[in-house]
Design a protein. Structure first.
Length: 132
């Protein structure tokens, strides 16, 4: 089991109502097989930058690992990357640190995030929240 958060670009992802967002999420999380969800190629700049920042603290399980670095922890975070979203599956042991990092990074980048593993409340960069 993982602690899941989705980071979104509120300028392009429907967030007028919580139901509207959840419908978008349900459709988007079918993970279109024709798309490469392991790369930020084609992602909006804010999503790509958010991924880079988060992956520096929470390494991507799908990234290349330096096998010679004996002090490096094995990555346990899985990222699914889209044009205007970043779905992140953190290890539960990292949940508290992850939510703090996501809150800081998304507000700096003008992105919103949704705690998919908990309330599904949408947290906007200006501090507003949209609850179910």
């Amino acid at each position: 089991m993982s602690y899941d958060i989705v980071v979104i670009d509120p300028a392009t992802v429907p967030t007028g109502t919580h139901d509207e967002f959840m419908q978008w999420f349900d459709n988007t999380s079918q993970w279109d097989q024709s798309s490469n969800h392991d790369s930020t190629n084609g992602s909006c700049p804010a999503i790509a930058e958010c991924y880079t920042q988060l992956a520096s603290t929470f390494p991507d399980i799908n990234s290349d690992i330096d096998e010679d670095d004996e002090e490096a922890d094995d990555p346990v975070t899985e990222y699914t990357i889209g044009t205007d979203f970043l779905y992140i599956a953190f290890d539960w042991a990292d949940a508290e640190e992850a939510i703090e990092a996501v809150t800081t990074i998304t507000s700096q980048r003008g992105l919103a995030f949704v705690d998919i593993s908990d309330t599904t409340t949408i947290h906007f960069p200006d501090g507003r929240k949209l609850a179910p």
